[in-house]
Design a protein around this ligand. Structure first.
Ligand code: PGA
Length: 249
């Protein structure tokens, strides 16, 4: 496979400066001989601290969200320009916690995706179905709609800066993982959506991460699947003992 494996840690709303710095230092040391592409995404308030530690290392710096506008009267939001100033290279958008707890819809997510890409950031666009949607046989359809809407008006050139993360909502933080076969089937279907929207070349090139209870003991079986190109890791990204073995699977 010519696609590079990409392992990302989403720290969510965990850690304060001291513990974030300790984790970042352990990851820089532990992954210096790592063979894949790596990212950590700490909370906004930790970005500057972590930026100083991962700078020049094998680990990219990501944010977990951003505002849909560059600047203005948006109380409580954080701008792409402010993120870039801190050294952020990547932004996670459309995470299921943003969609379901904070009611972000596809059009808002698309606005953020286009702004991030316009500013030259890499985007990890998260998609995934709810348990009831899976049980109703709608998993592929839901993911297709989220991919289409999330990428509306994104050019082929900008797609090169997009990673898709398939995260079945029922597998996030629950200890339930999609089987490698289930994950591969959805990844293959997302890849064919990219083929239809863009081209077979783009479909072959796009990185599709799996997320949802990825752990050291299940990562290798997931990554062995043809269409699974990496992982977006939540809980297990918070400790070097679990993230490093995942990242070096
Ligand atoms: P989890 O979270 O690994 O804790 O299931 C994954 C995610 O939400 O990105």
């Amino acid at each position: 496979m010519s696609r590079q494996y990409y392992i990302a840690g989403n720290w969510k709303m965990h850690k304060t400066k001291e513990s974030a710095a300790a984790l970042a230092k352990a990851l820089v040391a532990g992954l210096q001989d790592g063979k894949h592409k790596y990212l950590v995404a700490p909370s906004f308030t930790l970005l500057e601290t972590v930026a100083g530690i991962v700078k020049g290392s094998a680990i990219r710096l990501g944010a977990q969200n951003m505002a849909p506008e560059e600047q203005g009267a948006h109380t409580g939001e954080v701008s792409v320009l402010q993120l870039q100033e801190l050294g952020v290279q990547t932004v996670i958008l459309g995470h299921s916690e943003r969609r379901h707890i904070y009611h972000e819809d596809d059009s808002l997510i698309n606005k953020k995706v286009r702004l991030a890409l316009k500013q030259g950031l890499e985007v990890i666009l998260c998609v995934g179905e709810l348990l009831e949607e899976r049980e109703a046989g709608k998993a592929e359809k839901v993911c297709e709609e989220q991919v289409r809407a999330g990428l509306a008006e994104v050019s082929t050139a900008d797609l090169n800066n997009v990673v898709i993360a398939y995260e079945p909502v029922w597998a996030i933080g629950t200890g339930k993982t999609a089987t490698p076969e289930d994950a591969d089937a959805i990844h293959a279907s997302i890849r064919s959506v990219i083929g239809r929207l863009y081209s077979p070349q783009e479909a072959a090139a796009i990185i599709i991460q799996y997320g949802g209870s990825v752990k050291p003991d299940n990562v290798a079986a997931l990554m062995a699947k043809e269409n699974v190109d990496g992982a977006l890791v939540g809980g297990a990204s918070l400790k070097p003992e679990s993230f490093i073995p995942i990242a070096k699977f």
